[in-house]
Design a binder for this molecule. Structure first.
Ligand SMILES: CCC/C=C/C(=O)SCCNC(=O)CCNC(=O)[C@H](O)C(C)(C)COP(=O)([O-])OP(=O)([O-])OC[C@H]1O[C@@H](n2cnc3c(N)ncnc32)[C@H](O)[C@@H]1OP(=O)([O-])[O-]
Ligand SMILES: NC(=O)C1=CN([C@@H]2O[C@H](COP(=O)(O)OP(=O)(O)OC[C@H]3O[C@@H](n4cnc5c(N)ncnc54)[C@H](OP(=O)(O)O)[C@@H]3O)[C@@H](O)[C@H]2O)C=CC1
Length: 273
């Protein structure tokens, strides 16, 4: 795939991608390794993570440095271990992509108390756990870049009330932490993918995926859904997940980001698809 970035963009950089064993996280992790970075992928399912490590190593150039870690981002102890193991292995941490997450589709009135809690716990507290632990174990002293993967839910999202609430909270948290930690040279951004029917995402929704994915294309300005490995051919107006590596290392500092956040996020989300 043609890339607009220098092959060495991430040389000597270490990035954690939660949920990096599948879908968008895997595409992001591959992008980072293809640009010479070292990547840690983490998720709950060890088999998925092991398979993900193999896929990245097979896909990328020989010598790709990938570490797979089992971690449930909802559990603070496991998040703490993920950070410790990363720093033990690579000696540094330059970036964190909070991609691990998700939800189920349901009318609000049918969501059980446990279901609401599970989604908020995963997406909001999971991202918080990773960010605060990254701050304490490395970034507070050394700086770093954080990208939170969210949803296009500014206007609410019918069928995903739990997740929309959690993701909007993540966006707000990103602004606050971006401001609080700007002096520590930490930059925090959010990326809301459009609609990407990754294999695992489609599987997660089962029968409902027809409604969620197949019928959505008609409502997208370009009349199609996102493809994980699209080229980042800016001249043709197409942006891809290369956006995530780009944002990790090339964007403005946190203060500019927080003041210009709304416009920046809106223009990006519209461009993604
Ligand atoms: C525009 C769209 C584009 C967006 C696309 C994407 O994001 S694609 C990304 C797609 N990828 C993903 O989304 C992957 C990640 N997603 C997940 O792992 C799950 O959706 C999770 C976040 C709920 C965690 O699940 P878990 O099993 O680890 O959680 P747990 O065991 O701790 O608590 C379970 C509680 O949740 C309830 N419950 C669970 N499922 C359902 C359901 N289908 N129905 C109803 N309820 C459900 C269950 O009943 C229980 O509540 P109770 O009975 O105790 O009151
Ligand atoms: N696909 C789409 O259209 C869109 C996706 N998104 C978001 O992008 C992210 C990636 O989605 P996508 O790749 O499509 O779907 P996937 O289902 O492939 O990705 C979800 C990933 O998150 C991991 N994960 C889930 N819960 C946890 C947890 N508690 N701890 C650690 N890891 C966890 C999963 O691994 P494991 O199960 O092994 O833990 C999996 O690798 C998600 O946050 C999703 O909600 C946002 C907008 C649109």
């Amino acid at each position: 795939m043609q890339r607009i970035f220098a092959k060495t963009l991430f040389k000597n950089k270490v990035v954690i991608v939660t949920g990096g064993g599948t879908g968008i996280g895997m595409a992001t992790a591959k992008g980072i390794v293809e640009l010479s970075g070292k990547v840690v992928i983490a998720g709950r399912d060890k088999a998925r993570i092991d398979e993900g490590v193999e896929k990245i190593k097979t896909h990328c150039a020989e010598g790709a440095e990938v570490l797979g870690l089992q971690c449930n981002i909802r559990k603070r102890g496991e998040v703490s271990n993920m950070l410790t193991d990363t720093i033990d292995k690579f000696g540094r941490l330059d970036g964190l992509v909070n991609n691990g997450g998700g939800q189920f589709w349901s009318p609000a009135e049918n969501i059980s108390p446990g279901g609401f809690h599970a989604v908020v716990d995963t997406n909001l507290k999971g991202s918080w756990n990773c960010m605060q632990e990254a701050y304490h174990q490395y970034m507070g002293e050394n700086g770093g870049k954080i990208v939170n993967i969210v949803l296009m839910s500014e206007m609410g999202l019918a069928g995903m009330s739990h997740s929309a609430a959690a993701r909007e909270a993540v966006k707000n948290l990103s602004i606050t932490l971006g401001a609080e930690w700007a002096g520590n040279n930490i930059q925090i951004n959010c990326v809301a993918p459009g609609i990407f029917p990754s294999e695992t995402a489609v599987a997660a929704y089962g029968e409902q995926s027809k409604e969620i994915f197949d019928k959505s294309a008609a409502n997208v300005p370009k009349k199609r859904l996102g493809e994980l490995y699209e080229g980042a051919n800016l001249s043709e107006g197409t942006l891809s997940l290369d956006l995530i590596p780009q944002i990790l290392f090339n964007l403005t500092d946190a203060v500019q980001y927080t003041t210009g956040w709304k416009e920046t996020l809106d223009s990006r989300t519209k461009l993604v698809l």
